[in-house]
Design a protein around this ligand. Structure first.
Ligand SMILES: [Zn+2]
Length: 147
């Protein structure tokens, strides 16, 4: 495996401002924050994206995520916050050890996702729904198109 900066932090070989740790996750301050108090919550196990996190370790990871999100909100009292993750280079992932971001948000902080929202045509929505439901449970009875 290529040297991973997050694995180095987890092993205690690289410095980090550690906020929290449980059996499955560790929370650290991001060294290049969107806002001060921007936190990264990462699985102890090296996995590349969210879907690679073993199911048995998801609860510990998401519990850490909520515990630390609450702490950020209680400690810093921002009027809002984002919880997000980037998965894959196309989605903006830059460290390929999966991590959630927690960042405080403030009114008019000039951070924007520039979105061009699409519109489903005719049966497209039910077709996307069918594909994803099938991937969740291939044995599920398909719903009738057109409702
Ligand atoms: Zn790693």
């Amino acid at each position: 495996m290529k040297r991973c900066e997050f694995c180095s932090i987890i092993r205690g070989e690289a410095p980090a401002e550690v906020l929290f740790r449980n059996d499955n996750a560790i929370a650290i301050l991001d060294i290049r924050p969107i806002h001060f108090g921007h936190v990264l919550v990462l699985p102890i196990r090296h996995v590349e994206t969210f879907i690679d996190v073993p199911a048995a370790e998801c609860e510990g990871l998401t519990r850490a995520l909520q515990t630390v999100t609450r702490a950020v909100v209680h400690a810093l009292r921002p009027p809002g916050f984002n919880v997000f993750s980037n998965n894959g280079r196309a989605a903006g992932q830059s460290v390929f050890h999966f991590h959630f971001h927690i960042t405080p948000r403030y009114a008019d902080d000039n951070i924007k996702f520039i979105l061009q929202l699409k519109k489903y045509q005719q049966d497209e929505m039910s077709e996307y729904g069918r594909k994803i439901r099938h991937a969740i449970d291939p044995s599920a009875v398909p719903t009738q198109p057109g409702r």
